[in-house]
Design a protein around this ligand. Structure first.
Ligand SMILES: Cc1cc2nc3c(=O)[nH]c(=O)nc-3n(C[C@H](O)[C@H](O)[C@H](O)COP(=O)(O)OP(=O)(O)OC[C@H]3O[C@@H](n4cnc5c(N)ncnc54)[C@H](O)[C@@H]3O)c2cc1C
Length: 384
């Protein structure tokens, strides 16, 4: 006989762990199946900021103390244009709504600890996960057994198995931009920093008190930053950030990110619901990937709780449409932001360079433009 539970959650990233905690706090039973081991999940470094909307989700669920206590709030974003600093005060243009600076691995570690310490059932190294009968009585099999559930949440990221159980249409876009990203033992900047210049885009974000993550734009196909000596990367960072005195440091991690966007529609099929990167990939511009994962999980949790308490499935049935509205809003914002900071480079044609400059200038002289930017950075509930 298979085991039974209310919800099987596949994947223990930000989406799966947020959902698991929200269900647990509402006494809905769930089992989380995670392909990797605990240390891999807890150490994976990616995003650095939970937007204001995400912070409110944890506060409303009574989880703020457990997951974001003591984390500093975002204030200024420094946009350095050709070496000239411009400070954008997002919270001032968004009614005081500020993001929370919390590295993804810390958020994941805290969500994981809270769920497991509260008696949650999280099974690591779950190999061979497969979904069955998702339009009737869903079952999930894996190397450790078989679980029957009322609902399945596919939170297993872009490379997971869940989205392949949905007859869907995929939308993809290649931005034609690559980022070489390095994590270094280098003091964090005072504020999140983006360098816009004719030499190409660069950025520096703090990752805790002694480390920074740096980004350098490159041309996929024409250059391979994996061949760049570290000295060259530091030289390019100093040039593009307009800071000849930028201190270097030991590089502890290197990654290539090719800027691609992806959305699968619909995000639900029968009793299977996708959340986070399983349904959409967004470029890191605007820092919305982790935040979309948390927002999907929150909306899904509310809809599942409502259905499982015997109310109705109305919210579950509108889950896909609601989450897709936010997803496309954020995709559009991310593309808008990507063009503004990348098209300024000498690699762009002169017309696009001037468009990018006009977009940038408008942020600092037009309140409506500043308010739009700040609202998207803070995250929005307006789609629900
Ligand atoms: C270099 C980089 C920088 C980024 N920067 C930012 C940023 O600044 N801001 C931001 O908001 N976002 C950023 N992102 C995006 C963000 O990290 C993701 O959007 C976020 O991790 C999505 O969470 P998720 O839970 O949906 O998926 P994931 O974090 O991918 O978690 C999915 C989980 O499912 C597990 N899994 C996969 N397949 C299976 C299977 N078959 N069975 C069981 N488990 C499975 C995986 O092991 C994983 O633990 C960045 C991403 C990268 C790569």
């Amino acid at each position: 006989m298979p085991e039974t539970t209310d919800v099987v959650i596949i994947g223990a990233g930000p989406a799966g762990l947020t959902l698991a905690n929200l269900l647990q706090r509402n006494e809905i039973s769930c089992v989380v199946l995670e392909a990797r081991d605990r240390s891999y999940v807890e150490e994976r470094q990616r995003a650095g900021v939970l937007d204001h909307y995400g912070g409110e989700i944890f506060a409303a669920a009574g989880l703020a103390d457990a997951v974001i206590a003591g984390a500093p709030r975002e204030k200024f974003l420094e946009l350095r244009y050709a070496g000239e600093p411009h400070f954008f005060d997002g919270p001032a243009h968004a009614g005081g709504r500020a993001g929370v600076i919390v590295p993804q691995q810390l958020l994941v570690r805290r969500l994981l600890g809270t769920f497991v310490d509260g008696g949650g059932d999280l099974r690591f190294a779950a190999a061979g996960v497969a979904l069955h009968d998702v339009t009737s009585k869903p079952r999930v099999t894996y190397a450790g057994g078989e679980i029957q559930a009322a609902y399945v949440a596919g939170c297993d990221g872009f490379h997971g198995v869940s989205r392949h159980s949905i007859p869907s249409t995929d939308y993809t876009f290649d931005h034609g931009i690559g980022w070489y990203t390095v994590l270094a033992d280098a003091p964090p900047p005072r504020h999140a920093l983006m360098g816009i210049s004719e030499h190409g885009f660069a950025a520096q974000f703090g990752r805790g008190p002694t480390a920074s993550r740096f980004y350098l734009e490159y041309r996929p196909g024409a250059e391979d930053p994996r061949d760049w000596p570290d000295d060259y990367a530091w030289q390019q960072l100093r040039l593009r950030l307009g800071d000849p005195a930028l201190p270097g440091g030991t590089i502890t991690d290197k990654e290539i990110v090719e800027m691609r966007s992806f959305v699968t529609e619909p995000m639900a099929y029968g009793n299977l619901f996708l959340a986070g990167d399983a349904a959409h990939i967004i470029t890191p511009m605007g820092a919305k990937g982790m935040n979309l994962a948390v927002a999907d999980a929150d909306f899904l949790a509310k809809a599942l709780i409502r259905a499982l308490r015997g109310a109705d499935e109305a919210a579950l049935r509108s889950y896909s449409d609601t989450c897709l509205r936010r997803t496309w809003d954020y995709q559009e914002f991310s593309r808008w932001f990507t063009e503004m900071v990348h098209d300024a480079g000498a690699r762009s044609d002169p017309f696009r360079r001037r468009l990018a400059k006009a977009r940038f200038d408008r942020l600092f002289r037009n309140e409506a433009a500043a308010a739009y930017f700040a609202d998207m950075m803070a995250g929005t509930a307006s789609v629900e």
